[in-house]
Design a protein around this ligand. Structure first.
Ligand code: GLN
Length: 504
């Protein structure tokens, strides 16, 4: 059949792509070419991609077509023919993995991260590596050394961060799904700003092997998608134990299993402290309240739960996160890895200049903070108490889940802000006020799009927070919310034309 116009597959779901492929209505190569045409067309303005993996993508597509031609259509992996992008802190052999930093500008992956390997083994078509805040430090993708990503809903606004490229690529229809990483909110917050389903699973559900580490006890990989089912299918493909990451767990959950169960009888926890938090905008608050009453209308019971220590999460995070980052980033020393400033005869000078030039301001700030916090005399005052706070917050969540099955909360206090609008670090950190305690406790959380806010007309999302290793409960509630608020659309400026849609 004739090649479809760019965008023909932009609004497709994973099950639709599968049906088109196995029904031989379209080839995997046509899907891949369509995705690359769309990237060529749109990414000049969105800038979600740091590298486009055309050759790898077409090769994978041809392998899928060959399998179908050989009569093996029923053996196709669960992501067969699905265009998928990867945050640029995930290694994929032969591609640059820059973490959006000058430090790693020329680093080419010699191996592939487990999450990427599994997505490709499931048949995903790799379309490219996605922009992010440098080393995942940030909430806007503005700290990328290669320029910011734009929010597909409005190019004057940020897409959120740090996985801003992963969210924008999916919402501009340049990938069906993507992977991001979340240390304090970096999947959920850009999901909320761009209007994507965005999942940070329980710590340990997805292997971190091959994902450049920020805070090893907090980092977790998860999917972005335009539907809850697509996110669940993607998580199914990448989850589970990996001998190369000792913190990964033998998770074999089917995250799609109870998407159709409804929420009748489900207990939904509401945290008054979150709903009355200073800084929560009225349009976000109104949406979360609407989501709560819709869930109640579908038969769920709303219960108030307390997380008394959650207000200390931000302070604990900005101790633990920089300490872990300081230690993880020590390897980028211009000798083992990273940018090497030329012309130095002494090693000390080479280290100093390479790190001063290779790292941007936010990375340097975190490294200095971590170095200070872990120094003798200071460690006992900050690091140790932060670990104690961590235990208290974890226990708060455990107690809350004695009274509810899942918690409903805001993701971000407001909708996407303008590029350049927030320049002081503390205000930027505060955009994660509702996401950080979940990483501290280690449980799963996800963004579910609720449509546009009444005032800013930009996407608003609800956060569903699950007990540890009960991520399926948040998927269940998410599917119910999606049935009311609708699936995430491709942003209107980039919506495929009806004609292009029909051609597929
Ligand atoms: N915005 C938070 C930070 O800058 C979280 C980042 C993340 O989750 N990677 O630390």
């Amino acid at each position: 059949m004739a090649a479809a116009a760019s965008g023909a597959f932009a609004a497709r779901s994973i099950p639709e792509i599968r049906a088109l492929l196995t029904g031989k209505q379209v080839s995997a190569r046509e899907i891949a070419e369509d995705a690359f045409a769309r990237i060529d067309e749109l990414d000049g303005s969105v800038h979600a991609f740091l590298e486009v993996t055309r050759d790898l993508g077409l090769k994978q597509a041809d392998a899928i077509d060959a399998a179908i031609a050989a009569g093996h259509a029923d053996e196709l992996g669960p992501l067969a023919g699905v265009p998928i992008g990867f945050k640029d802190n995930m290694n994929l052999t032969g591609t640059h993995t820059t973490c959006a930093s000058k430090m790693l500008e020329n680093y080419v992956s010699p191996y592939t991260a487990t999450c990427v390997e599994r997505a490709l083994a499931a048949g995903g078509i790799p379309v490219g590596k996605l922009n992010m805040d440098e080393f995942a430090f940030g909430s806007s993708t503005e700290s990328s050394a290669f320029g910011p990503t734009k929010n597909p809903w409005d190019e004057n606004h940020v897409p959120g961060g740090s996985s801003g490229g992963s969210a924008a690529a999916v919402i501009a229809g340049m990938a069906t799904v993507s992977l991001g990483s979340d240390t304090g909110g970096s999947i959920r917050q850009p999901g909320s700003f761009c209007g994507a389903v965005a999942v940070k699973p329980t710590y340990g559900v997805v292997s971190r092997y091959g994902v450049v580490a920020f805070g090893s006890s907090l980092d977790q990989v998860g999917p972005f998608a335009r539907s809850v089912e697509d996110a669940a299918l993607t998580l199914n493909a990448i989850c589970g134990h990996d001998a190369r990451d000792c913190t990964s767990q033998p998770v074999t959950t089917d995250f799609t299993a109870n998407l159709n169960e409804g929420v009748s009888g489900m207990r939904i926890g509401i945290v008054p402290q979150f709903m009355n938090a200073e800084g929560l905008s009225s349009e976000v608050k109104a949406k979360i309240e609407a989501a709560a009453s819709k869930l109640e209308g579908l038969g769920a019971n709303l219960v108030e739960v307390e997380l008394p220590n959650a207000q200390a999460a931000m302070s604990a995070y900005y101790v633990l996160g920089p300490c872990e980052a300081f230690s993880n980033l020590a390897r980028f020393d211009s000798v083992r890895y990273g940018y090497c400033a030329p012309g130095h005869k002494d090693l000390g000078g080479q280290y100093e200049e390479s790190r001063a030039v290779g790292f941007g301001p936010e990375a340097r700030r975190r490294i200095m903070l971590g170095s200070y916090l872990l120094s003798s005399g200071v460690y006992d005052k900050y690091y140790y108490p932060a670990q104690q706070v961590r235990t208290l917050i974890t226990e708060d969540y455990q107690r809350a889940y004695e009274h509810c099955d899942v918690i409903l909360a805001p993701v971000a206090p407001r909708t996407a802000f303008k590029l350049g609008e927030i320049s002081d670090p503390t205000s930027m950190y505060l955009t994660d006020m509702f996401t950080i305690s979940i990483n501290i406790a280690g449980n799963g959380g996800m963004n579910v799009p609720l449509g546009l806010g009444a005032d800013t007309h930009l996407p608003v999302g609800a956060q569903l927070i699950a007990p540890a290793f009960k991520d399926e409960s948040m998927f269940r509630a998410a599917a119910a919310l999606e049935s009311v608020f609708g699936k995430a659309p491709v942003a209107p400026a980039f919506a495929p034309t009806a004609a292009a849609g029909k051609e597929a």
